[in-house]
Design a protein around this ligand. Structure first.
Ligand SMILES: [Ca+2]
Length: 245
């Protein structure tokens, strides 16, 4: 057979193979609702892991089913009473001040968010909730925030790990810094990996999303966000998720 003929046959074979390549392949329906697909797409986003390695999380469990926080969307609030006028989000710690208010105008999930505005110097606006965690596991911390006004120290995460449920068993900041190193420590007391305070573009919803290892002695985690005097932020759509390896 002449070389030219062989060459033509070769080209035709390549063309036939290419025509069978599924460029227009459509995956079969998964049976998921659009909401579940959105949730999966959120959690399937690749996330940098604390410590600077290149691992990613590909957990397909719907986010809504693994949130360790109760009322993470800040939708349920205790109705203020004359004798108890404070806005208290259900399942979150109560703080007897007016620094945190139920808000229905600047919201990114549901119909309510928490407006955090310290009303006097030295009085921190704080939302926080304790959840049980598995020692040595990894947790993903994700929440949305909206900065309306920023001054000096602004706002940051302020979280604790505890050996037991009580405040007295908080693991010290020094021990946490030794365990994580200063850069990763800022995930739980700052604005994320390497950042002292939350990034604060004004008047836009931003997302904090970091993953961190639970110390081997910790059985509880207290998720918390602090906002300091002169700053006004809104917090909504909070998650603490135990990440499967
Ligand atoms: Ca909400």
């Amino acid at each position: 057979m002449r070389k030219a003929t062989i060459y033509i046959i070769f080209l035709v074979a390549i063309a036939l193979y290419a025509s069978c390549t599924p460029d227009d392949y459509v995956p079969p329906a998964t049976g998921q609702t659009p909401q579940e697909e959105i949730v999966d797409s959120i959690i399937n986003d690749s996330i940098p892991i604390s410590g600077g390695d290149n691992d990613t999380i590909n957990d397909t469990i719907p986010l809504v089913e693994v949130n360790l926080l109760l009322n993470g969307g800040l939708e349920q609030w205790v109705d203020p009473q004359t004798a108890d006028p404070y806005d208290i989000p259900e399942h979150w710690f109560r703080h007897n001040n007016l620094n945190v208010r139920k808000n229905n105008t600047i919201v990114t999930e549901g119909i309510y968010s928490a407006k955090m505005e310290s009303l006097e110097t030295g009085s921190t606006a704080r939302v926080d909730q304790r959840v049980p965690v598995t020692p040595g596991s990894r947790i993903r911390i994700r929440f949305s925030y909206y900065v309306e006004q920023w001054k000096s120290k602004g706002a940051r995460t302020y979280c604790y790990f505890r050996t037991r449920a009580t405040e007295a068993s908080n693991i010290s900041a020094e021990d946490l810094k030794d365990f994580y190193g200063q850069e990763a420590y800022y995930i739980i007391r700052g604005g994320g990996y390497g950042l002292t305070y939350l990034p604060h573009d004004l008047n836009v919803w931003q997302t904090f999303d970091e993953t961190i290892e639970v110390p081997p002695t910790a059985n509880y985690f207290v998720f918390g966000v602090n906002s300091y005097h002169g700053t006004i932020i809104y917090v909504d759509d909070c998650y603490v998720i135990e990440v499967s390896e």
